[in-house]
Design a binder for this molecule. Structure first.
Ligand SMILES: [Zn+2]
Ligand SMILES: [Zn+2]
Ligand SMILES: [Zn+2]
Ligand SMILES: [Zn+2]
Length: 800
């Protein structure tokens, strides 16, 4: 998804393999990015562009005039089945295919307002009603929608507006005697009911969904950092030949302290992992992707998206976001949707970075660079540096960012300030020499194709003052984009969110981290990697926060994990991953330790002896660790038993998903007995089975048994990830839900406190789960003393 689609990749690799040796050598040994770009660009033939264009057509990103009706009807079906969430998304799809000021768009908005009303989203419902009217909602259908508007206003406690709407409605009734008698009567009755409700209603305080804005405002850095404005005063930017640029603690830091809060320089939403439509039977896609649920600019979750006027792909949380995206980059990107999806997220980010940079007053690096090259005769020191940065990419770079131009620290401005801007982005290392020649060719050819399309689409207009023969500004643009694409392999940051799954009946939500977008964060890019990092990164919209996940002493380096984490992979696997993607050998504390204790391997993968239960040791043949025991067994045998077991557990999960918890429990209990004879009690599969059992019992409403199993799963998670890990936080959250549902008040309060403490360190106070824990707590503390007699059913209100 980050890289171009497979078809284009293999096409380019084949093209590469068929090139004459001499040309391959020229490109492989080209010393600068601009040589690589120019040589490759010359090889891009019209038939290559044609091939790419055909691939791009597989994505339906234009507005299709026949789609709105289809989606509206599909949405209506869901609506009738009372699946309002499903209906909302389908109406949204209809909206994104409609042109502005058409009956299509106004009808879809109106229908979506009805679905949102049923979902209790009254503010959003009102907005959609307004949008329906703005786009010319038919007069004859107005009364029904106005009634909904009045109902929303009443519910929200906006009495004055409500009575205004009601009296408008009344006067429109008397003005329209054409309305069918029956219809008129229904409306009249509803109106009366509503008038009564409006009178009864005490004036409610308005509740705007301002939590998110508040969350971001409240999250302040401790003290200002004059050198790195997005970081707190507890850290400082350093550079040395071995580590390159890095951040270090200037004082003792406590767990949970906010160290960096940085807006993405740019971010691009992931289109989702679904195959493009050409592989499908139906012309229109009814599947829900992240692209339907999150704003393409700010990444906020939203049910009521507003589409781009020009394409069906880009959707936003509000008209404001749409306008901002349009002004900053989408006016150029809009006609390139299919191509950008074909070329992948990295190319898209590269383009967007350069587009955003053109509007950034602070650095204007690109523009400066272009004008410097245009005026080749005048030789300014600034130009020297910029041309140097563009050309000095090959060789001379150690993987850990050594041997950079100095002083000042690369990416800093003349005052030594490192800001989250294009200048900083531009100085991230592309590691050009470390990428394979084929990969560089793929990136260069993809960017060339993009440049040609930009030129053809009229997005690129040569400045009037370009003297003939002074080199093309478009080429400079291309080289800059190629640099970004190569940088991204080591510097792209996955923007993630926690999605909750779990049915209403289940009452216990499972959380899972999903990748939402890819972004560039120049300050976070300063952090070096460790397989057991001392920080935790999380996101609200497209703002990243880095918090200390443990105590960090003054002078210690601030480290985060690039992906290969100690608790998820063995040392060898991590090393391999870091070498191939990031081009370095890790020598972090975790890797050092594992080198010395390689014999046993991690406890969550350990096998135990079938006769005495001690841990087994060895490579191909495992021998019991107890000296008094003679047991031995081949690893292959144990691995195949493990695979069988995993398959059984998979079947149990399927039963669970299909609402057959009793049968799932039976199967899982059998699996447990089997596991005891060869897996250590701390094996991750043992923990997962306990978690599954907990879910199955929760589905049956047996909170007590469920909690017992979840507590066992918690022990395994603790061994693997540590007592204050984010994984532990999510498990504790689940346990708190169970105790809450079972009205086990002291246990619930105790677990809520533990969960809050752990989650606070990683996410800060505005995390969804923390908010929910606090709601549970206040609910429990407000409870009247429980009367005698069993209370079977727990309140389900907090669990979606
Ligand atoms: Zn937005
Ligand atoms: Zn568009
Ligand atoms: Zn390591
Ligand atoms: Zn033994």
């Amino acid at each position: 998804m980050d890289l171009p689609v497979d078809e284009w990749k293999s096409y380019v690799f084949q093209k590469w393999s068929l090139l004459p040796k001499s040309i391959q050598v020229t490109i492989s040994t080209a010393e600068t990015l601009s040589d690589i770009f120019l040589h490759s660009s010359l090889l891009l033939q019209p038939e290559d562009e044609m091939f790419l264009q055909n691939l791009s057509r597989g994505y339906l990103v234009e507005k299709d005039p026949n789609a709105p009706l289809f989606y509206r009807e599909e949405g209506n079906k869901k609506f009738q089945q009372k699946d309002y969430m499903g209906a909302t998304v389908l109406y949204s799809k209809g909206i994104s295919h409609s042109r502005p000021h058409t009956a299509d768009i106004s009808l879809c908005y109106a229908n979506r307002s009805a679905a949102l009303f049923h979902l209790g989203q009254h503010e959003m419902c009102l907005k959609d009603i307004m949008r329906a009217q703005m786009h010319g909602y038919p007069e004859r259908l107005q009364p029904k929608m106005m009634l909904r508007k009045a109902e929303c206003l009443v519910t929200l406690g906006r009495r004055q507006e409500a009575s205004q709407t009601i009296s408008d409605l009344e006067s429109s009734f008397s003005a329209k005697p054409t309305l069918a008698a029956a219809q008129f009567q229904i409306l009249q009755t509803n109106l009366c009911r509503l008038k009564m409700k409006a009178q009864e209603k005490e004036s409610l305080t308005e509740t705007f969904p301002a939590a998110l804005t508040k969350a971001l405002e409240d999250m302040d850095l401790k003290g200002e950092n004059g050198q790195v404005p997005s970081a707190s005063s507890s850290v400082s930017l350093r550079t040395d030949p071995l580590r390159g640029r890095y951040l270090v603690a200037t004082k003792d830091i406590l767990p949970g302290e906010l160290l960096v809060k940085e807006d993405a320089f740019v971010s691009v939403l992931h289109p989702g992992e679904m195959p493009p439509l050409r592989h499908l039977e139906s012309k229109w896609d009814t599947r829900v992707t992240n692209g339907d649920l999150y704003c393409h600019r700010c990444l906020d979750h939203t049910l009521a998206t507003v589409p781009c006027d020009g394409c069906s792909y880009a959707k936003y949380c509000s008209h404001d976001c749409m306008q901002q995206a349009w002004d900053l980059y989408h006016s150029v990107e809009c006609s390139l949707g299919g191509l950008l999806l074909t070329l992948g997220v990295f190319c898209h980010i590269a383009l967007r970075s350069t587009l955003v940079a053109r509007f950034e007053d602070a650095s204007k690096v690109i523009r400066k660079l272009c004008s410097e090259i245009r005026n080749r005769d005048t030789c300014s020191p600034e130009r020297e540096t910029l041309v140097q940065t563009l050309t000095c990419d090959l060789g001379g770079e150690s993987e850990n960012k050594g041997k950079m131009l100095e002083p000042p620290v690369p990416g800093c401005d003349l005052n030594g300030k490192y800001e989250s801007n294009y200048n900083a982005v531009f100085h991230l290392l592309p590691h050009t020499g470390n990428h394979s020649p084929e990969h560089r060719f793929l990136c260069a050819l993809s960017v060339s194709a993009l440049c040609r399309r930009l030129e053809a689409a009229g997005c690129y207009k040569p400045a009037a003052a370009v003297p003939p023969g002074s080199g093309s500004e478009l080429d400079v643009w291309g080289v800059a984009m190629l640099k970004h694409v190569l940088q991204l392999q080591c510097n792209a940051q996955a923007i993630t969110t926690i999605q909750h799954t779990g049915s209403k009946e289940n009452s216990v939500t499972n959380s899972r981290q999903v990748r939402l977008a890819t972004g560039i964060f120049p300050v976070i890019s300063l952090l070096n990697h460790s397989c057991s990092p001392n920080t935790s990164v999380s996101f609200i919209s497209n703002v990243a926060t880095v918090r200390a996940s443990q105590q960090i002493g003054k002078g210690q380096e601030i480290l985060h994990c690039y992906g290969p984490h100690q608790s998820r992979m063995r040392a060898a696997e991590r090393q391999q991953k870091l070498r191939s993607q990031y081009f370095f050998d890790c020598s972090c504390a975790a890797c050092q330790n594992e080198k010395h204790s390689a014999a046993t391997g991690p406890r969550w993968e350990a096998f135990c002896c079938r006769s005495c239960g001690a841990l087994m040791q060895g490579d191909d043949v495992l021998i019991c660790g107890s000296t008094s025991c003679m047991e031995s067994v081949s690893r292959d045998h144990l691995i195949s038993r493990l695979q069988d077991l995993q398959q059984q557990v998979g079947m149990a999960r399927k039963l669970l998903r299909n609402d057959k918890p009793e049968r799932a429990i039976q199967l899982l209990l059998g699996c447990q007995r089997d596991a005891q004879s060869f897996l250590s009690g701390e094996h991750s599969l043992v923990g997962e089975m306990e978690d599954d059992l907990a879910q199955a019992y929760a589905a049956l409403g047996d909170w007590q048994k469920s909690a017992t199993h979840l507590q066992k799963s918690l022990q395994v998670v603790e061994v693997r990830h540590g007592p204050s890990s984010v994984e532990m936080g999510h498990e504790l959250f689940k346990l708190a839900q169970l105790f809450f549902n079972g009205f086990a008040i002291p246990e619930a309060l105790n677990t809520i406190q533990k969960a809050e403490k752990v989650l606070m360190v990683h996410y800060g106070p505005w995390n969804d789960e923390i908010q929910e824990l606090q709601k549970m707590k206040s609910c429990l503390l407000d409870l009247p003393p429980i009367p005698a007699g069993p209370s079977v059913q727990g309140p389900n209100v907090f669990f979606q």
